[in-house]
Every structure is written in structure tokens, then in C-alpha cells.
Design a protein around this ligand. Structure first.
Ligand code: GMT
Length: 397
């Protein structure tokens, strides 16, 4: 089977999921063609043994021509053209579009140009539905793109329900959660690293994100301040980069806790940094799944998260960590102090987090769900009904 994959290559969890899926499919013998405007971040293999050339994977760059008349780059048009060209030349059976606008839209248009001689699978990831698509002018486009896809998946039950409710779509949306490569994300003995990061035996809190407003990173910094005021010896590792980073740094200085925060920027050795840490904190204002929390869980790190979106589907309150109301900084601090102050509780939750990640959300378990959808659309079979939805596995702990 020849599969085209389009995703945002440089930024965010949807690109990570799309790239890891493509790599897994290639390992299983499919020919995978990435059609993106830059080489997907994790495809370069930075930090991976398989850096460089990967068998069965092909990269087609979406080239953007400039012309003075086009004040704004015509990304969607260029992408559609690239999809058509690659589909014809490489005899693609289907295009898997990650992120609804404009990727699913471009794929649907490409399908029309190709006279329906291709199938479209769309995966909804989060902000495409919860933020971007809610722009009133985008609503008809979103509904059209979803309903015109041959199959649609969402990464959590929350996201499926949001899509159905917000866009009134008449389309079966199947839930396929995010997955993690447990060979990369695993508990790693990182005592040396820990000694460097916490030379005075401090507890380590960790947060990874793209520092957008929706991540509410400042809540994590404020929670650290509450903990320090309670006499807890702790440090907060902040990994990643994005628009809010500057403000977060300013807040840490303003609160007088600069020395207890470490802004580490974008890191490739994530698993080792996560493994060095005691608690993963994710206070998001909206989060359709929370791939970063899953990666931490696979490294044996319990999670303290907000209660929004798909986070409570992943992080089981009182079992793999704690779930607190979004924006409640005191509750965030309180739960982290509970975890850090009770060795047995911490060990139990760390083990449960690891078990949940490595039993429920592995690529071995999740990738076949996508394969089944590909087979189904190519055989023109109908979608599974909600009653026997695949999301039931997410509920199993
Ligand atoms: O918010 C991000 O980090 C980026 C965003 C994206 O679409 O690239 O991530 C979304 O997709 C991830 C993969 O499916 C999910 O794990 C994230 O929860 C989701 N982010 C939000 O909903 C805010």
C-alpha cells in the first residue's frame, strides 16, 4: 500500500504522531510518502539510532513559489498540487491528513482533482478543532473537510464529542489515541544527570511543551512558588520553546524563583530528562490528549494535570497521578506536594503511570488500528459504530 502523509512538520504533537505513525508503517512494509513543507522533526532521527535514511520512507517537499502579487503564501494550494503530483507519480492509495485545516481540506480538493481515485483519512488532533476551526468563517470549511473524508479519527473521546457538537458533523468519528515508542521513551538510569540538575537533592518537576498560551505554563511556575513557600526543596525543568517562554522567564524572576527554574529549550534527549524527574506537570487550558504526558508516563513519571479535554482519559486521577481543576494553582501545588511527600504513593503512581502507558498506548497496539481503517476505506467498507468504538480501550486501566 502506498500512503501519503501530510502534517505540520516542525511544531506540536500532531506532527510527532504523524511522523511516528509513518515510521511504524514503513517498518511494517508500507511505502510512506511524507508531503510536508519541511522535513518532519522526528524523521531526521535526531536522538534516534535510525538517524538519516529510513527504508520505505520518501519525502516530498511542498515548494512555495513567491510572486509579488501573492501577498500571503499560497500554502494550501501548493500542498494540494503536491498531493496531486505525488499521488499520480507514486500511485498513492490514500492520503492521511493530520490536522483538519488546511490539511484535510487540501486532501479533499486533491481527491476531486484526481477524480476520486484516492482515499482520504483525516486525523483530528486538537487545536484544529478547539481553537482554529472555531473561527466562525472556518466552520463550513471544517464541516465540509471532515464530512468529505473517507474516514475520520480523533485522538480522544473528548475531541470526538467536541467535533460532533461544535460542527454538527454527520460522520462517524473513530477514537484512536496517541501512542508512544516505548523503546525510546522508557525509564533510563539518569542518576548522573539528576546530580547535575539537582545538586542539593531537590525534587524535580518537569514540563514539556511548545509554550503556547493554551499550555498555561505560568500555572506550573506559580505552583512551584507555592511549594517553595511551603518549604519543599524543588526545581522545575521547563523543556521546549514557544511564544510564552519570555513571559514565563519574566514571571520566574518576578516571583524570585529563577534559581529554582531551569529553562532548557528544545531537547532531543527527552527520555533521559523525563526519567530524571519526579513529577510531570501539565496545567493546560485545553488539551485534546496530552502526548507529552504520555511520554513522561512511559518513562515512569506520574502526572499532575488539569482536568480539561482528553487529559482525564489518559491520566487517571488517584492512580497514575492527580487531576486538578484548570487554573487552580493551589490544587496543582498541593497534589504535587502530596506526591513528593509520600514515597509509597509516589512509587505506586509511578508504576501505574508506566504500566498504563506501556500496556494501553504502545505503537504495537495503536498502529494496527490505523491499518484497519486504511484497509476498510480501500475496501469501501463502512465505519465502526460508536457502540463498538475503539476508544473503549482507553477506559480500560
Ligand atoms: O498543542 C500542541 O502541542 C500541538 C498540537 C498539535 O496539533 O500539533 O497538539 C495536539 O495534538 C497532540 C497529538 O495528537 C495532542 O497530544 C495534544 O493534546 C494536542 N494539543 C492540544 O489539544 C492543545
Amino acid at each position: 500500500m502506498n500512503i501519503g502523509i501530510t502534517c505540520y512538520p516542525t511544531y506540536g504533537g500532531s506532527g510527532v504522531v504523524a511522523t511516528e505513525l509513518g515510521k511504524s508503517l514503513a517498518e511494517r512494509g508500507y511505502h510512506v510518502h511524507f508531503i510536508t513543507y519541511a522535513l518532519p522533526m522526528r524523521l531526521t532521527g535526531a536522538g534516534h539510532e535510525d538517524a538519516g535514511y529510513l527504508d520505505n520512507i520518501f519525502y516530498h517537499e511542498v515548494e512555495m513559489s513567491t510572486y509579488p502579487l501573492f501577498e500571503f503564501p499560497l500554502y494550501s494550494m501548493a500542498l494540494t498540487s503536491a498531493m496531486v503530483e505525488v499521488a499520480r507519480f507514486e500511485k498513492l492509495d490514500l492520503i492521511h491528513a493530520h490536522y483538519a485545516i488546511p490539511h484535510a481540506t487540501a486532501a479533499v480538493l486533491a481527491k476531486q482533482i484526481l477524480k476520486n481515485d484516492i482515499k482520504i483519512v483525516t486525523t483530528l488532533h486538537g487545536t484544529d478543532i478547539t481553537l482554529v476551526g472555531l473561527e466562525p468563517s472556518f466552520e463550513p470549511l471544517m464541516k465540509f473537510s471532515i464530512e468529505s473524508s473517507d474516514a475520520v479519527t480523533a485522538v480522544s473521546r473528548f475531541l470526538r464529542d467536541e467535533t460532533v457538537n461544535n460542527y454538527d458533523v454527520e460522520k462517524e468519528i473513530e477514537v484512536i489515541p496517541n501512542f508512544v515508542d516505548t523503546e525510546t521513551f522508557r525509564p533510563i538510569d539518569s542518576r548522573n544527570r539528576r546530580r547535575l540538575l539537582a545538586p542539593n537533592g531537590e525534587k524535580l518537576l518537569v514540563h514539556t511543551s511548545n509554550f503556547r498560551e493554551v499550555k498555561r505554563v505560568k500555572d506550573a511556575i506559580r505552583a512551584l512558588k507555592v511549594m517553595l513557600d511551603h518549604g519543599v526543596k524543588a526545581k522545575l525543568l521547563l523543556i521546549g520553546d514557544g511564544p510564552d517562554r519570555g513571559e514565563c522567564q519574566a514571571l520566574a524572576r518576578e516571583l524570585g524563583i529563577w534559581q529554582q527554574t531551569r529553562f532548557l529549550g528544545k531537547q532531543t534527549e527527552l527520555a533521559s530528562l523525563l526519567s530524571s524527574s519526579d513529577v510531570f506537570v501539565i496545567p493546560s487550558g485545553n488539551e485534546s490528549f496530552g502526548l507529552s504526558a504520555l511520554e513522561a508516563m512511559a518513562c515512569g513519571v506520574p502526572v499532575v494535570s488539569s482536568d480539561v479535554g482528553g487529559l482525564p482519559e489518559l491520566n487517571i486521577d488517584g492512580e497514575t497521578g492527580f487531576v486538578v481543576p484548570v487554573g487552580d494553582v493551589d490544587a496543582l501545588a498541593d497534589r504535587m506536594m502530596n506526591l513528593l511527600g509520600d514515597r509509597q504513593l509516589h512509587a505506586r503512581m509511578a508504576k501505574a503511570a508506566y504500566r498504563r502507558a506501556t500496556e494501553e498506548f504502545t505503537k504495537e497496539r495503536i498502529v494496527p488500528m490505523y491499518e484497519a481503517i486504511y484497509e476498510r476505506v480501500l475496501n469501501n467498507e463502512p465505519a465502526v459504530t460508536k457502540e463498538d468504538d475503539r476508544s473503549s480501550m482507553v477506559e480500560a486501566t
